[in-house]
Design a protein around this ligand. Structure first.
Ligand code: UD1
Length: 372
């Protein structure tokens, strides 16, 4: 009987979706896959194709106060003990972690039990949780080259890309929709897996500044946080804007494919999906992130001409209205950005990551003696 493969990912979309993509590919290759995650996974994890799901205690470090550090530490310790008993029982051939504090206990338990492990870094910069874990893993799968990495860690890196869900691969077959200069304009707005209040506050006043003929062209699809849905709906109704709102779209890949322009945050999965499908975007990185990962992701795509980046602090209603007006009036600019975005997509990321998993599982890659 072959040993199972244990995947571990924190319960937000940005971490779970690449893990879900890998799980599907490993199952196609005949492996049994199990998932270790935190309790938030219920929201996004229902479609996760694992044989079994293990809920492990974890906590994200939210501040530097002694109370917060002790609380996080105790929770991670409890999680590590739980994960160690799961690993002892399952005897997985490899543990694959998708980053963030919730993957800390299973990855640490892998190290304690001498189980081979892989860390996947989806962002353009390595976050602090992953930097802590990276030393003890057998290999590091990266989405794109990382700057400023310690040479001992750089030696373990394999560039695989960031796997996207099967539904994204399907959506990538849809060509960029034709657009008449005065025709229907499909605008999609979303804020990462948990939604962003900022877009609920920023979009309605910006769209109010558009001319009436422009507003009439709009077909808007927008994700709002649940508490903002009714307020935003009423604002669009008053403006006569055709808008479809939801707190979470389960069919996001086809929504992206149907859009002429996307306005969103720049979490790793969001950016990977925009490039896999090839759609132009205005990216507004999540401000205040400790590692500025979203800014790095966004600037990388902007540098080649595949997206337009506006820091949140610079995004007044006037500026946003101006950008949308300009882009609505220049379909050729949007089409060009769509083509460039698509050229950056890594359609074979899941195959490459699954190949690496098989190599580590078979012992073809082993941890270097110095533990680095
Ligand atoms: C606040 C926070 O910690 N954010 C991090 C988190 O973001 P977050 O979890 O938001 O992750 P991403 O932006 O990478 O992915 C969001 C995912 O949710 C999907 N989606 C979104 C809205 C919707 O209605 N339906 C839907 O399916 C998107 O298509 C995408 O697949 O993980 C990312 C990947 O490490 C990081 O880069 C982000 O910095």
């Amino acid at each position: 009987m072959t040993k199972p493969i244990l995947l571990t990912a924190g319960g937000t979309g940005g971490h779970l979706f690449p893990a879900q993509s890998l799980a599907s590919e490993l199952i196609r290759r005949g492996y049994d896959v199990e998932l270790a995650t935190d309790e938030r996974a219920d929201k996004y994890g229902s479609a996760f194709p694992a044989r079994d799901v293990h809920i492990i205690a974890s906590e994200t470090l939210r501040g530097r106060s002694p109370v917060s550090i002790i609380k996080t530490g105790l929770s991670l310790l409890r999680g590590t003990l739980q994960a160690r008993s799961v690993i002892r029982r399952l005897q997985p051939s490899v543990v694959v972690g998708f980053g963030g504090y919730p993957t800390f206990p299973p990855m640490f338990a892998a190290r304690m039990t001498g189980t081979p492990s892989i860390l996947h870094e989806a962002n353009g910069v390595m976050g602090r949780a992953n930097r802590m874990l990276a030393k003890g893993v057998t290999a590091i799968a990266i989405s794109s080259p990382l700057k400023g990495l310690d040479p001992a860690l750089a030696r373990k890196c394999v560039e695989t890309g960031n796997p996207v869900r099967d539904a994204v691969i399907d959506a990538a077959r849809v060509p960029y929709p034709d657009q008449q200069a005065d025709g229907l304009f499909r605008l999609l707005v979303f804020g990462g897996s948990q939604g962003a209040k900022f877009f609920s506050d920023a979009l309605p006043p910006a769209l109010k500044l558009l001319s009436e003929p422009q507003r009439a062209r709009l077909h808007l699809v927008q994700q709002c946080r649940p508490e903002d849905l009714e307020r935003v709906r009423a604002e669009y109704q008053a403006l006569g804007i055709h808008a479809e709102l939801n707190s979470f779209f389960t069919d996001m890949p086809s929504r992206i494919a149907a859009s002429h322009l996307v306005i969103c945050r720049s979490g790793a999965s969001s950016v990977s999906e925009l490039t896999a499908i090839g759609r132009p975007s205005i990216l507004v990185p999540l401000p205040g992130a400790l590692d500025q990962d979203q800014m790095v992701n966004a600037r990388g795509l902007e540098a080649v001409g595949g997206a337009f980046v506006i820091p949140q602090g610079e995004l007044s209603a006037e500026r946003l209205a101006h950008e949308i007006t300009c882009l609505m009036g220049t379909p050729e600019t949007l089409r060009k950005a769509a083509d460039v975005a698509r050229s950056q997509g890594k359609a074979d990321a899941v195959q490459r990551l699954a190949d690496l998993v098989e190599q580590v599982a078979s012992g073809a890659i082993i941890l270097k003696g110095d533990g680095a």
